[in-house]
Design a protein around this ligand. Structure first.
Ligand code: GCO
Length: 461
């Protein structure tokens, strides 16, 4: 699809610096990311079972404006056009997620079995990527648990971890030889904390014990899935995606420093240390989950890569002082703090022996609108540029960084914020489903064109 690039060269729109392009290098993976519930639609169609997000959205007061993923971006029907957009943008990779209830409507809780229509959808989607030269990076769980599993306790019960491993194995057997990577979970922190402690996300629980048990069962399910996938001979790189932030203490007052460390332990260490060190960090000062002997060894399966999602930093003030926010805030109210990305990566690099790292999400919500056929989202261009600079800093300092996926390809269903927040490189008019590439998309397109030309002239492949 020919997409013109009418970007005027203003200061805000200047391309990535030579240093950044050179540092991220010829083999670097450039992609965009989405997730099933946020874009697919097709709810209740094609044999798809109910998910916990369908139920949560139907519960009054849970999601802004009563929005839901019922139609979303109608990606189940418009996926060829969406893949064309990724290809025309010059990206080489696409990170997407599989809706568990679309392929196994009851999650294995009953006798529904596998849904051939749903499996066929992902077959075609993956083939569609390969036909366009896009590397498929799949995630198995981006929060849409089959409701039938929730009805028997969801992630608070151990059995769900085994159900997840069965689902993982099935998808690995089916798609594994065509995938560039397979991640088990996306942001288990969100499922555990937002889903079971604050109640902001499905299934909407507010119970610390349920939160602790959920985080343990998510990690356990990851370990069981990796074992099952490897036993089945699935050979693509296997990993997990964690949301992470750097933590800044408001001052060097010990109370602020301690708070920053506790918040960092709760968000980052609580998930990465079981995976890499086989233990929970006591500094999180959280309820310890019930576990069985051998669980931690199961969780700490070797990772072929780690996916990191970065949006903002943790600000810790024991006095409740606000962060200074020199780079401003996004439409989510999240502080823009690019150097937090390099701080985070360098801390991880010095604290652990990391597997190769991909930035699997990074981006911002902006109140975008179409103006005479264009979407001038200059704030997003700045955001992307500054974060890519921070990424190059981390890579130059020795972090084994392999790729970057912008969140998101499309404006989409932003969970409890409904359709009110726009994260896309491509604008979506939800009434007509018309897609309009934003200036940030064209900016990425120009950068990637330049990267490719440079690769061509140096002879690198
Ligand atoms: C995530 C997210 C996305 C959100 C994005 C913006 O993995 O956090 O999965 O689903 O839309 O983070 O909040």
């Amino acid at each position: 699809m020919p997409i013109a690039s009418p970007l005027a060269e203003t200061t805000a729109q200047r391309l990535l610096s030579d240093r950044v392009r050179a540092c991220l290098g010829p083999d670097f993976v450039w992609g965009v990311a989405t997730s099933s519930y946020q874009i697919e639609g097709g709810v209740g169609q094609g044999g798809r079972g109910e998910s916990i997000w369908d139920r949560f959205c139907a519960t009054p007061g849970k999601v802004r404006n009563g929005d839901s993923g019922r139609i979303a971006c109608d990606h189940v029907n418009r996926w060829p056009e969406d893949l064309d957009l990724i290809q025309a943008g010059g990206f080489g990779a696409y990170r997407f997620s599989i809706a568990w209830p679309r392929v196994q409507p009851d999650g294995g809780a009953g006798s529904a079995g596998w849904n051939s229509e749903g499996l066929g959808f992902y077959d075609r989607l993956v083939d569609g990527m390969l036909e366009r030269g896009l590397a498929p990076h799949a995630t198995l769980y981006h929060w849409d648990l089959p409701q039938a599993l929730q009805d028997v306790g969801g992630w608070t019960v151990r059995e769900t971890a085994q159900r997840f491993a069965d689902y993982a194995e099935q998808m690995g057997r089916r798609l594994g030889d065509r995938l560039a990577s397979l991640s088990t979970h996306n942001e288990p922190w969100c499922t555990a904390i937002l889903g079971h402690l604050t109640g902001q996300f499905a299934p909407g629980w507010t119970d610390e014990g349920a939160m602790a048990q959920t985080s343990h069962h998510l990690l356990l399910s990851h370990g069981l899935a990796l074992q099952a996938l490897r036993a089945a001979g699935v050979s693509c790189p296997l990993g997990i995606v964690l949301n992470m932030s750097s933590a800044s203490a408001a001052s060097d007052d010990p109370a602020d420093v301690r708070l920053a460390e506790r918040e960092y332990a709760r968000m980052v260490r609580w998930f990465i240390e079981p995976l890499l060190l086989g233990r929970y960090p006591p500094e999180a000062e959280w309820l310890a989950p019930m576990q069985r002997e051998g669980d931690m060894a199961l969780i700490a399966q070797p990772l072929d890569f780690l996916g990191v999602n970065y949006y903002t930093r943790i600000w810790a003030s024991s006095q409740g002082l606000p962060a200074p926010r020199p780079h401003g805030v996004t439409d989510m109210g999240w502080e823009i703090y690019p150097s937090g990305l390099s701080e985070l990566l360098l801390r991880l690099h010095s604290d652990y022996r990391l597997p190769p790292v991909m930035i699997t999400e990074n981006g911002m919500a902006n109140p975008d609108s179409v103006q005479a056929g264009r979407v001038p989202d200059l704030a997003r261009i700045d955001y992307l540029r500054q974060h890519l600079e921070a990424l190059a800093d981390a890579k130059a300092a020795g972090v084994d960084l392999r790729g970057y996926f912008a969140w998101s390809l499309l404006d989409n269903f932003e969970w409890d914020s409904g359709y009110g927040k726009r994260f896309g490189l491509v604008h979506v008019d939800y009434a007509t489903q018309v897609r309009t590439p934003k200036d940030s998309y064209r900016w990425m397109q120009q950068n990637l064109k330049q990267v490719k030309q440079e690769v061509g002239t140096t002879g690198a492949s």
